[in-house]
Design a protein around this ligand. Structure first.
Ligand code: PMT
Length: 401
């Protein structure tokens, strides 16, 4: 893939955990995103995974030892340390955490970690007892206090046959953490952001519901963007086809009533509330406790209106708090969106078209416009949901000034 201006130099340190094979996929995904990757394998990692795989994936010589016979100046450890935008250590064993915390420099990777001033992100992977050991926990605290970032570990089946914490977190979560670590805009540090995402589901009976096609992709992109910029993020998650980003707190809400209750409680401490969820406006008046049966005469459903979650949140808005909504429209986009902005007392609304395959529910892209209370309109054309999230938080950031 062609490198872009957002391409970064990433040093991928691979240490001796059974999860080392997943570092190949990490390299490949980082390259796909346009980054340049230099892989560094410790001696233990080389017993588990081959340098040739990384050379093929990254197109670069893999660094395996301090005194290699054909070492060239550009892979000399100080040169690599200086040109790196990020060090990602994945998987990171207890050993590399200990060496990094205590400043040991006895191989290429640990030496270069001391020499670099680039951000460092660790994705730990080890046995549960090793992870929980006070020595490892203390090392992690030391590294965090020094500004190093961590992603994972997760919980699950471990190579040693036990189940517990210590698995290297999934690759998508590591990639999100890489983007967060590389993000230079940190304008939301110290702020709390609540995002509603996905679609609500209103039960008809124990096995059926009234729902919508929201995938949660827009809400996920918003939560990730806010995390990248340094916010504390809570996702109020309706039904989502995608996982919320690692690092966000997640509170699940199935129905509009549940979402309203959770939103009203969490909004009290939020600086920014963004409603990207597709909240059902109606629910069955009297859901059946048993599975509804066919009667041969059809079925008439009586529906009642749900609470308007974002209106309730906006009605209790504190000074300085921002409440931002989305308007999902199939017609009269601007007129309807402007009416919602006013009626719901929002500070900003994203008017999005939801009647084409490439824009709206389930799509990766959106045709959207940002409208503020002064009537200013920013047109986004067809943009990825990640780009929409970025542009929206740029505007939110302006409003916070
Ligand atoms: O999840 P994806 O597949 O990525 O799709 C993204 C999306 C199309 C769902 C998203 O971009 C979007 O438009 N979300 C808002 C959907 C919606 O409910 O629009 P609305 O125009 O009906 O509502 C306007 C605003 O009021 C929204 O902020 C909505 O969250 C809020 N609302 C609506 C109804 C309700 N009962 N309570 C609410 O809070």
């Amino acid at each position: 893939m062609k490198r872009t201006t957002s391409s970064k130099e990433i040093v991928l340190g691979v240490t001796g955990s059974i999860a080392a094979y997943k570092a190949c996929e990490i390299s490949s995904r980082l390259i796909e995103r346009g980054h340049a990757v230099t892989a560094v394998l410790t001696e233990s990692a080389r017993h588990l995974v081959g340098a040739a795989s990384f050379e093929a994936l990254t197109g670069r010589r893999v660094i395996t030892a301090m005194f290699e016979p054909f070492a060239s100046p550009e892979i000399e450890h100080i040169a690599v340390a200086q040109r790196a935008d990020l060090f990602l250590i994945a998987p990171a064993t207890a050993n590399i955490l200990a060496k990094a915390a205590r400043g040991m420099a006895d191989d290429w990777l640990s030496t270069t970690l001391l020499a670099t001033r680039a951000p460092i992100l660790f994705a730990p992977a080890m046995n549960t007892n090793m992870y929980n050991h006070p020595a490892t926990q203390e090392n992690i605290e030391i590294l965090k206090a020094r500004g190093c970032a961590f992603v994972g570990p997760g919980t699950g089946n471990l190579a040693c046959g036990t189940v517990g914490i210590g698995r290297m977190i999934d690759v998508p979560a590591i990639l999100d953490a890489v983007e967060a670590a590389l993000c230079e805009t940190k304008d939301l540090v110290g702020l709390s952001v609540v995002v509603t995402a996905g679609g609500t589901r209103e039960p008809l009976d124990p096995v059926r519901f009234l729902g919508n096609h929201s995938s949660g992709k827009m809400g996920r992109a918003l939560a990730l963007e806010a995390l990248k910029r340094g916010a504390r993020v809570t996702v109020i998650a309706g039904h989502m086809d995608v996982a919320p980003p690692e690092g966000a707190e997640v509170v699940v809400a199935q129905t509009a009533n549940e979402m309203a209750e959770i939103a009203l409680s969490l909004a009290q401490d939020a600086d920014i509330f963004v409603g990207a969820a597709a909240v059902g406006d109606f629910r069955p008046e009297d859901p059946s406790e048993e599975k509804l049966k066919r009667s041969g005469k059809g079925l008439k459903l009586a529906l009642v209106e749900n609470p308007d979650v974002i209106s309730q949140v906006a009605a209790l808005k504190r000074d300085g708090q921002l409440v931002v909504g989305f308007a999902a429209e199939t017609d009269n986009l601007m007129k309807n969106a402007k009416a919602k902005l006013k009626k719901k007392q929002l500070d900003l609304i994203v008017a999005n078209e939801v009647n084409t395959e490439d824009s709206g529910f389930g799509a990766d892209t959106l045709r959207a416009r940002l409208i503020d209370t002064e009537g200013n309109v920013e047109e986004l054309d067809l943009a990825t949901k990640e780009e929409v999230a970025k542009r929206l938080f740029d505007r939110i950031s302006d409003l916070l000034d």
